[in-house]
Design a binder for this molecule. Structure first.
Ligand SMILES: Cc1cc2nc3c(=O)[nH]c(=O)nc-3n(C[C@H](O)[C@H](O)[C@H](O)COP(=O)(O)OP(=O)(O)OC[C@H]3O[C@@H](n4cnc5c(N)ncnc54)[C@H](O)[C@@H]3O)c2cc1C
Length: 462
C-alpha cells in the first residue's frame, strides 16, 4: 500500500457522506487522501423529500453540499462507471470532459440504489420517480400546475385528468409522498381555488401487496389505509399497474382504467446497476456481498454499506438475513465502516456491525403521521411530531438542522406557500420563442415537442 493510501468513496449519499465525514475527522491529511466521487455536488437527505415536495421545507435545505462539508476530502463531481478492484482502478466519468482512471488503495462502495421498475408499457414515457430533489421540486410544481389547469378549463375531461394523481408503491417513500402532496393540494384548493372542490381530486395509491408500509405492524398499516381513505384517497391493495397509454390512461389489474396527468413510481429500489461493471462479488439481487465487518467478501481492502450492500443482520441470528435498505442502517453502517477502515489502516482488527432495527416514522401531511419505534405505536399528531424531531436530529450538519427548523418556524407564522413555479420546468421556452420570433408582430414558430409545455404525462407537464 502507498505511504499515503488513497481511500476512494464511491457515492456521496448517506453512507458516502457519513463515512467521509468520519474519515476526515479521524485521519490526518498525512495519513490518507480521501476522494469522494458522486454525480451530484450534494448529499440528499431523502426522508425530507416528501416535505420538500409539499413545501414544508425549502428543497435546498434537504441537500448537504459535499465540498463545504468535506473540506479535507477531494470531491469529484462525476460517476464511477466501473472498476477493477484486482487492479485497484476505477473509471470516472466527470460531469464534463473525458473519462479518466483513478487509482486507489482502499475502496468504499456506497453508490446506493435506483428505482426498481418493471417493463410496463408506457411507464418509462409517463412516469416519474421519487428519489431525488429534482423529482421532489418537479412534483410540487407539477401538482400545483395541475390545479391551475383544472381551475382554468370548463372541459370536464381535462379537469378530471388534471386532478387525478396516481402513485404506484406503498412503502414509506410512496405513502409519504402521496399523503404530503395530497395535503398540500387540499390546502391550496381550500384557500385559493374557489372554482375547485377537494372532492374533485382523485388520489390513487396502487399497491401490489395486500398491505402498505411493510416497515410497521399490520394494525398500523391498516390504520394508515383507513386514515387515507377517510381523507377521500383511494388505496388499491392487491392491485398492479398494467399499462399507461399515450393519452395517460392508466390501466390497473383490477380492471379499472382512468386518465391521470400524474404517475409517480415508488415501487421499490434495486442496487446501483453500475455494480455489474465491477469485479466485486454480487448476490442474486445484485448487491455487494459483505462480511459483518462491512468488508466485501474476500477483499479485505474493499468495503460496502447501505442500499447496495448485502450485510448479514447479526441481530437475526445465522439464518442468512441481511440488513434492510434504509437510512437507519445506512448511517450507522457508515460510522462503523469508517471506524473499521481506520482500525485496519492501523493494523488492528475490524469490528462487526450490529444494530437492532428501531422502527419507522412517517409523515402523512401537516400534523399527521404514523410511527412505530421500539414497539411504541403512535398515530396522528404525536407520530408527526416524532417524525420531525427524529429527522431534524438526523439530518447532517448544524447548518441544515438550523435551516430546516427555520423553515418550520416560518411556516407557523405565515400561510402555506402554494404557488407553482412552472417556468422552472422549462426556463428557456419564453426566450427561445422571443429569439425565434423574427419581426415584431410575427408569430413565433411552435416550440419543438421536447420544449413544449404539456398537460400530458408527469414527465412532461409543468
Ligand atoms: C423519498 C424517500 C424517503 C425515505 N425515507 C426514509 C425514512 O424515513 N427512513 C429511513 O430509514 N429511510 C428512508 N429512505 C431510505 C434511505 O434514504 C436510503 O436507505 C439511504 O439513502 C441509503 O443510503 P445510501 O448511501 O446507500 O444511498 P444514497 O443515500 O441514495 O446515496 C447514494 C449516492 O451515490 C451516488 N451515486 C449513484 N451512482 C453513482 C455512481 N455511478 N458513481 C458515484 N456515485 C454514484 C448518488 O448520487 C447518491 O448520492 C427514504 C428514501 C426515499 C427515496
Amino acid at each position: 500500500m502507498a505511504q499515503r493510501p488513497v481511500v476512494l468513496v464511491v457515492g456521496g449519499g448517506y453512507v458516502g457522506l457519513y463515512t467521509a465525514l468520519r474519515l476526515q475527522k479521524k485521519l490526518s491529511r498525512g495519513r490518507a487522501e480521501i476522494v469522494v466521487v458522486d454525480p451530484q455536488p450534494h448529499m440528499t437527505y431523502q426522508p425530507f423529500l416528501p416535505e420538500a415536495a409539499a413545501g414544508s421545507v425549502e428543497p435546498r435545505h434537504v441537500v448537504v453540499p459535499l465540498r463545504r462539508t468535506l473540506p479535507r476530502c477531494r470531491v469529484i463531481t462525476g460517476a464511477v462507471t466501473g472498476l477493477s478492484h484486482a487492479e485497484k482502478r476505477a473509471t470516472v466519468a466527470p460531469i464534463e470532459g473525458e473519462t479518466f482512471e483513478l487509482s486507489y488503495d482502499v475502496l468504499v462502495m456506497a453508490a446506493g440504489s435506483v428505482a426498481r421498475t418493471l417493463p410496463i408499457p408506457g411507464l418509462a414515457e409517463h412516469g416519474i420517480g421519487f428519489k431525488n430533489v429534482g423529482e421532489a421540486i418537479f412534483l410540487r410544481n407539477h401538482v400545483l400546475a395541475r390545479l391551475d389547469a383544472a381551475s382554468s378549463t370548463d372541459d370536464p375531461q381535462v379537469r378530471r385528468r388534471a386532478l387525478t394523481f396516481t402513485f404506484v408503491g406503498g412503502g414509506y417513500a410512496g405513502v409519504e409522498a402521496f399523503a404530503e402532496l395530497e395535503d398540500m393540494a387540499r390546502y391550496a384548493i381550500e384557500h385559493y381555488y374557489p372554482r375547485l372542490s377537494t372532492a374533485d381530486m382523485h388520489w390513487v395509491l396502487v399497491e401490489a401487496m395486500g398491505r402498505i408500509l411493510p416497515e410497521v405492524d399490520l394494525d398500523m398499516a391498516a390504520w394508515t389505509v383507513k386514515e387515507l381513505t377517510a381523507r377521500g384517497m383511494d388505496v388499491r391493495l392487491n392491485t398492479r399497474l398494467e399499462s399507461v397509454s399515450g393519452e395517460c390512461v392508466v390501466r390497473l389489474s383490477d380492471g379499472d382504467s382512468f386518465a391521470s396527468d400524474t404517475l409517480v413510481w415508488t415501487a421499490g429500489t434495486k442496487p446501483n446497476p453500475m455494480l455489474a461493471n465491477t469485479d466485486l462479488p454480487l448476490d442474486e439481487r445484485g448487491r455487494v456481498v459483505c462480511e459483518p465487518t462491512l468488508q466485501v467478501r474476500g477483499l479485505p481492502d474493499a468495503w460496502a454499506a447501505g442500499d447496495l450492500a448485502a450485510v448479514p443482520d447479526l441481530t437475526k441470528g445465522s439464518d442468512g438475513a441481511t440488513t434492510a435498505p434504509n437510512a437507519q442502517h445506512a448511517v450507522r453502517q457508515a460510522k462503523r465502516l469508517a471506524d473499521n477502515v481506520v482500525l485496519t489502516l492501523r493494523g488492528e482488527q475490524p469490528v462487526p456491525y450490529q444494530h437492532s432495527y428501531a422502527g419507522s416514522v412517517a409523515s402523512l401531511g401537516l400534523y399527521k403521521g404514523v410511527a412505530q419505534v421500539y414497539g411504541v405505536k403512535l398515530k396522528g399528531f404525536p407520530a408527526w411530531f416524532m417524525h420531525r424531531t427524529y429527522h431534524v436530529s438526523r439530518v447532517p450538519t448544524f447548518n441544515r438542522k438550523a435551516r430546516v427548523i427555520a423553515d418550520w418556524t416560518q411556516a407557523l407564522l405565515f400561510r402555506r406557500e402554494v404557488i407553482s413555479l412552472g417556468q422552472l420546468q422549462n426556463p428557456r421556452q419564453e426566450f427561445v420563442a422571443a429569439a425565434g420570433s423574427g419581426r415584431a408582430g410575427q408569430l413565433p414558430p411552435p416550440p419543438a415537442e421536447d420544449d413544449a409545455p404539456s398537460g400530458g404525462g408527469a414527465a412532461k407537464a409543468g
